[in-house]
Design a protein around this ligand. Structure first.
Ligand code: DON
Length: 324
């Protein structure tokens, strides 16, 4: 009802949505021709995905939706669970407590580099070491099954009840090819980085792989991005899921650390908070305007979706979304 009232009174954040949709469709068509990059190949489930999939889904903070291309096909969320896990941890225990164990600085190294930052903490929650740390904090008084249920349920609420599944095949493959992630966890354990109580390394690692193996579609993930754009209130359900501080912290870290070793250049050229994952997903947040999910499996040398990055760069040429 409210969206109809706002449409009639011209209060919608994207007033000419029809025009906006046709611009997005044009970009989709134009960028489809970009065939560079290769899908991740470290596990068979990612290597087998059709590289031609290319989806764009937009959800505005008013709940206006537009989807073009492969937007209903499930894929694993991978590293885009990292900002969400962090936001949930900050909502649960407060930013100060979370940052007793993880920093805020870009690492300047690859996402799985074995090195700690200031105060012997992992550099930030967007790289693997920091993400493993955050996962170890999430709902840590519960049993693993309940922790998983609780976090998956939160992802579903962030997506306004839309699709958030789980791929057991991806989970099993991730766990099998995780020598580096185990090395990171043991290195942090050796350095006494984890809180003392309740820490069981193999359980934490299973939880980390399980959350990377959550599945979304472009459509459902765009609602998650829109909830971040809307200060933690899901635009389609109206439910407040994250507190304002958690969202602000998360967007700040996505802005500085969300795009692997390309984060600085992305912040410079696009100027918006975003997070990528090896499945070819990019969550792009336009604060107070909209959330966008881009999905195209071929990756560039940094591990970011080629078409996704191409879209972000074109979008800010057409609209005044760059922060500065
Ligand atoms: O931890 C891993 O290697 C993957 N499951 C996460 C992959 C990913 O998207 C890379 N992240 N920064």
């Amino acid at each position: 009802i409210d969206i109809i009232r706002r449409a009639f009174t011209a209060e919608l954040i994207i007033p000419d949505f029809k025009e906006f949709k046709s611009i997005i469709d044009d970009l989709h068509r134009q960028i489809k021709a970009n065939k560079s990059g290769t899908p991740a190949s470290y596990i068979p489930q990612l290597a087998r995905v059709n590289p031609d999939h290319w989806g764009i889904s937009v959800c505005s903070i008013d709940g206006q939706r537009h989807c073009v291309g492969s937007t209903k096909i499930p894929f694993s969320i991978q590293s885009t669970c990292k900002p969400i896990n962090y936001a949930l941890a900050v909502s649960e225990m407060g930013g100060d407590e979370v940052h007793r164990y993880v920093g805020h600085e870009p690492s300047g190294e690859s996402f799985n580099h074995i090195k700690l930052g200031h105060g012997n903490k992992p550099h930030n929650p967007m790289i693997n070491a920091g993400a493993i740390m955050v996962v170890s904090l999430l709902k840590r008084k519960l049993k693993l099954a309940d922790r998983f249920d609780s976090v998956q349920h939160s992802f579903r609420r962030l997506a306004g009840g839309e699709y958030v599944g789980f791929s057991n095949a991806i989970f099993l493959s991730e766990r099998e090819t995780a020598d580096r992630n185990f090395a990171l966890a043991y290195y942090m354990k050796e350095n006494k980085c984890f809180p003392e109580d309740h820490f069981i390394l193999h359980e934490t690692m299973d939880f980390y792989f399980q959350l990377c193996s959550l599945e979304v579609t472009c459509e459902s993930a765009s609602v998650i991005a829109a909830t971040l754009a809307n200060g933690g209130i899901c635009p389609t359900s109206g439910e407040q899921i994250l507190d304002g501080t958690a969202v602000r912290n998360t967007l700040s870290l996505m802005h500085s650390c969300g795009m692997y070793d390309y984060s600085g250049e992305f912040a410079f050229k696009v100027g918006l908070p975003a997070k990528s994952g090896v499945s070819g997903i990019i969550l792009l947040v336009i604060p107070n305007v909209a959330g966008i999910c881009l999905w195209s499996p071929p990756l560039d040398k940094f591990g970011n979706s080629v078409r996704g990055i191409n879209f972000c760069q074109e979008l800010v040429k057409l609209f005044n979304f760059h922060h500065y």
